[in-house]
Design a protein around this ligand. Structure first.
Ligand SMILES: *Cc1c(COP(=O)(O)O)cnc(C)c1O
Length: 367
């Protein structure tokens, strides 16, 4: 038996341990912890990496989304198109600002939003489409941007799971009007704590996001908006800058592991994630398989030492927090199926060949 945790950051942190320690010492010595040089340096590096003009650090990914919506003046009475199959943060950002999320079901061929169904959900109240690159796979941005153009809507990318994913030479975060990233530790680019960022080519939005996350002020003690406190710490920015330099390598490793799973897992009970046409379109934040009677499969793997997770077990409209939407669940059959059957296999840079072999052997041996 080989033990395979769902995620283990030890290997990648060992690779850069000395650099991380030096960065922590540097920040401590500088005696400057918020809104300083480290933040500016990371923001510039991350904007360049994403192929956009501007990056503004935030406290986390949810705030990044929320601040984009606020910066665009989206709020009460407005509707925002949101994929039904996503992490709850996408919807929370919308309801936080007082707008109404209008859910659109997933496409079984991508697990991302079904672009064919978006147009029917657009009304005269719709202000924006949030495109989520779920599990690390870029959503159908060409169609989404075309629809947005037709109806004069903003396109906001929730790129929290897709750092570095690439399509037609463009990176996740560079397709829409603005994009939100999370650097939650388990993400493909993760801090050593909570952190997030907004990237955009739009100067006005970047400036407004920065002010909104800094008590609504451009100038100390002059408050233009009723803002909040959501900034990227110097310490996290310094860590992220180091990790960013390794992101391409780590994403490539994720893709190699995913390729082995897709090539070698053969079990009629286990449906593999839909293939992409372009290799770099998916950075495999998650490797989702569908299995009927998921509990038995997960228990079986657990006994074999292989940890799994579910992303996500309950559709947003069936969450207690959104009880008022409960009766609408049957409008999202694909999302409900994914939520009922999805199992995430372990996949992270630093997995050993032995661990990967073992996962494949165990999944293939499941009856
Ligand atoms: C992680 C995540 C978020 C939220 O990021 P936090 O940093 O945890 O606030 C938003 N959307 C998606 C799709 C995510 O996976």
């Amino acid at each position: 038996m080989v033990l395979v945790p769902y995620l283990d950051l030890e290997k990648i942190h060992n690779e850069i341990r000395d650099e991380l320690t030096a960065a922590a010492n540097r920040v401590m010595e500088s005696r400057w912890f918020i809104n300083g040089k480290e933040d500016a340096k990371f923001e510039e590096a991350f904007a360049t990496y994403c192929g956009v003009k501007l990056c503004v650090g935030t406290g986390n990914g949810l705030d990044a989304l929320r601040l984009i919506l606020l910066a665009y003046g989206i709020g009460e009475g407005d509707e925002v198109i949101v994929p039904a199959n996503t992490f709850i943060a996408t919807a929370l950002a919308v309801t936080y600002v007082g707008a109404t999320p209008v859910f659109v079901d997933a496409d079984i061929n991508t697990y991302n939003v079904d672009v064919q169904q978006i147009e029917a959900h657009i009304t005269d109240k719709t202000k924006a489409i949030i495109a989520v690159h779920l599990y690390g796979r870029i959503a159908r941005m060409d169609e989404i941007c075309e629809l947005a153009k037709k109806y004069s809507l903003k396109v906001i990318e929730d790129a929290a799971q897709a750092h570095g994913a690439m399509l037609c030479g463009r990176k996740a975060g560079s397709f829409g009007d603005a994009a939100a990233f999370s650097f939650y530790p388990g993400k493909n680019l993760g801090a050593l704590g909570d952190a997030g960022a907004v990237v955009t080519d739009d100067d006005e939005v970047a400036e407004k996001v920065r002010a909104l996350g800094n008590y609504g002020s451009y100038q100390k003690y002059h408050h233009v908006y009723q803002g909040c406190n959501s900034r990227l710490d110097e310490l996290q920015a310094a860590f992220l800058e180091i990790k960013l330099k390794n992101l391409e390598k780590w994403n490539e490793e994720r893709r190699q592991i995913a390729k082995r799973y897709s090539d070698e897992i053969r079990n009629p009970k286990v449906i593999l994630p839909p293939a992409c046409e372009n290799e770099k379109e998916n950075v495999f934040h998650i490797y989702p398989v569908l299995v009927e009677g998921r509990e038995g499969f997960m228990d079986y793997l657990k006994e074999k030492g292989v940890a799994t997770l579910v992303h996500y077990p309950i559709p947003i409209m069936q969450q207690q927090a959104y009880a008022e939407l409960a009766d609408r669940a049957d409008l999202y059959p694909v999302t409900c199926r994914i939520c009922a059957q999805e199992v995430s296999l372990p996949l992270y840079p630093g997995m050993t060949k032995e661990q990967i072999d073992w996962v494949i052997e165990c999944v293939n041996g499941y009856k």
